[in-house]
Ligand binder design. Sequence first.
Ligand SMILES: Cc1cc2nc3c(=O)[nH]c(=O)nc-3n(C[C@H](O)[C@H](O)[C@H](O)COP(=O)(O)OP(=O)(O)OC[C@H]3O[C@@H](n4cnc5c(N)ncnc54)[C@H](O)[C@@H]3O)c2cc1C
Length: 424
Amino acid sequence: MEAFQKAYDTIIVGSGPGGATVAKELSKKGQKVLILEWGNNAPIKGTAPQAFGMVGIPGKNLLTTDLGRLNMLMRGTTTGGSSVFYCATAFDPPFEMLESHGINIRAEIDELKNEIPIDPLKNDLIGPMAERIASSALELGYDWQQLNKFIYQDKCKPNCWMCSLGCPHGAKWTARNFVEEAIEHGATLVNGAKVQSVIIDGNKAVGVKVKIKRRTYKLEAPTTILGAGGIGSAEILRNSGMKDVGYDLFVDPLIIVQGKASDVKKGKEPQMQYGWHVANEYVMTDFAMPKNPKLSIMVKIKDELGGRITDKGGCKKRLSENDNKKLEKGYDHAKKILKNAGVKKINKSIVFAAHPGGSVKVGDFLDSDLKAKLDNLYVCDCSVVPEAWGLPPTLTILGLGIRLARHLLKVETPSQEKLQSAPN
Ligand SMILES: Cc1cc2nc3c(=O)[nH]c(=O)nc-3n(C[C@H](O)[C@H](O)[C@H](O)COP(=O)(O)OP(=O)(O)OC[C@H]3O[C@@H](n4cnc5c(N)ncnc54)[C@H](O)[C@@H]3O)c2cc1C
């Protein structure tokens, strides 16, 4: 018998923003929680070889969609999921869209803003490349604004470019912070645990089948929550016989547009310090590449729903004509801004994506409480988003995690007025 083979109230699959938030909230209230995470729990060093192992392995983290212009889909597999490598930019959820699907997370988002760092960077942390791009965009009349960051600014180092390799200074807030809190409150984390399928008895889920160090275990609990991300949760459900999930996803495709300005010599700063959001079209931001002195702008679009997740956890997704037009439009804006900033020769990258989601939608396989068609089974991650997206999703997923935990604990959400009057 292994140490993790104990009685639990809840099994949570995946420790990204969705899984970690529910784990923290439930274990804080005394629930016995087991977190099963495919990736490892090595301390984050901020080195390229470590990042490669957690976010760079072809077929596992880098999925080629092999269709059309969309070439590379990224996801992190380690404790904390993709948030370990994310750019730590916080965007408010599209509250009205979620409310039209019966989901109100306004109070949860207010609460999160008191709990974790969500602020624009202070002046001494802002890099010269982002400044240059911002002044050029503002001069041309773009509404180019500072963005909120999930960063503990007292721990953040000026002229540091390591966010995207995993912050070694503990300055970037990641879902690992919530996993650590869950563990402090008694949760069990098992790494190297790849969940294969949900165990179903009649019309209810009773646990999961999981492979740990080449052995397969059947672990049972009264409640199972999938938080394996936009690809992983659909893969698990499909392998559990639910072949109607995993369709019509979004990926928020992006390109990087860049070039050198002769007077910019250094390239060490965080990504996504300022940006411009045009609802339903695109988000454009500065996007410093590690140790690269080129001025870079990311153009990320809201793509149309389409494609599918395969039973082996692959992704097939072709960009529509409209998606390609949006990318071209964004490229034109980025060229204008870069030229005005002094860049002579401009080029653009292949198409990447890092926000797979919408593959297990609310209103489709899930109700507005994130409960699946099977009893005792819930999903909480980017896959639950009910419509096309086009935004950094983390803050929304955290809000959904708190809301789901409250639902399971049968605790009422405090009103926004109550939260605003509570001491921090
Ligand atoms: C490079 C990059 C930059 C980004 N920048 C931003 C940003 O600035 N702001 C923002 O809001 N978002 C950003 N994102 C996106 C954000 O990180 C993700 O949307 C978010 O992490 C998704 O959370 P999640 O809970 O859905 O799943 P994930 O973060 O994908 O976590 C899922 C977890 O489940 C595990 N898992 C998967 N399958 C299994 C299985 N079968 N068994 C057990 N465990 C499994 C994975 O290992 C992973 O740890 C970025 C992403 C990337 C890759």
